[in-house]
Design a binder for this molecule. Sequence first.
Ligand code: CTP
Length: 406
Amino acid sequence: MTDPGVPRKLASRPLNIVVGITGGIAAYKAVGVIRAFVLLGHDVHVVATDAALRFVGRPTLEAISRNPVHTDLYEGVAQVRHVAIGQAADLIVVAPATASSIAKLAIGLADDLLGTTILASSAPVVVAPAMHTEMWVNAATAANVATLQSRGIRVVGPGTGQLTGSDAGVGRMVEPDEIVAAALAALRPRDLSGRRVLVTAGGTREPIDPVRYIGNRSSGRQGVAIAGAAALRGATVELIGANLEVSPPPGVRLTEVSSAAELAAAAATSAASADIIIMAAAVADYRPEITTQSKIKKETQGDRLRIDLVKNPDILAGLASTRHRGQVIVGFAAETEPDDSALLALGRSKIVRKGADYLVLNRVGWTEGFAVPDNRVLVIDLAGDIVMEASGSKLSVADRILDLLA
Ligand code: CTP
């Protein structure tokens, strides 16, 4: 399985991830975090405090992490383990982080193995707090969290909801998936910081009548992945979503559209301020010439219905022809050609026709390309040269495309 968006130089090998577990009831959820990292192919080393092992058993953590669990500062002294684990780590995730462990981290206390591991490491650190609301909102905790953030430590959560007892409020540790995503995002470069990126995603629907449309099978997954990855890399992202089947990523401004005409209008408004435009949307080439205002009825149509279609304007070509200096424009081309050479030939003539700087080519068919989590793409430039090939999750493909642009 490919990482959901880890930079290429790190993605080419399994990451060494330290999961620090401290003593709170949410420790049982740390098992889900460890499992997710392991299933992504990473090498996970658990450093648990003594208190953590009162909440979740060592055998569970060892079985799930597939490595011994470390707790004792005085174990492995010959291997200088108190610093070696931290020195070898690519990433440290503390989940759950109790109020006490956050306080210790804030003052740099190294009286246990987790403390020494974190102090000895230069890896990104992500903490997922979990505690009762009163402890979270206490001024001491708030000041400690602010200290961690000022040092670049990422704090994910806490969420709001049912707490351990009958009470509810802010303080719940966020779910493992969110912790894993935030942790992997911490490894991304902020190389699009200060850039404005416009992404279109999804598939347009061209109305026939108030209840019917002509559409396509694009789910918006690839464009949404690009928008999300660009935001995580520091860009200001505007996403124009046409009938998205997936949730928009956090941190992007979404404009929802349906038809090609609406997409064209939204893109025209946003394009001028964009440094990079990525046209991942599947735009209908034709629309019904007439959209009837009431539902077309069989009784009046008989056995055959004829709908005349007229050509939609080419949005990408239009944006490329009015682009400002320095603006980078990326198009997509989904083709059904069975072999790469035919795919490339189509792509080469298409990029010239459209005037984009890059064209991302992928193969689509009944079973590939649409509404699936993975993708394989070839990227060509205006000269027709292949500048990048990538395959894997749509998020990892998104990062590879952004590597090229950044
Ligand atoms: N595109 C666009 N406006 C259109 C049609 C397509 O902006 N009316 C954009 C798409 O967003 C994509 C690129 O152009 O980035 C290529 O889309 P594609 O449908 O593959 O190209 P077509 O122009 O439809 O060419 P063909 O009919 O030959 O496939």
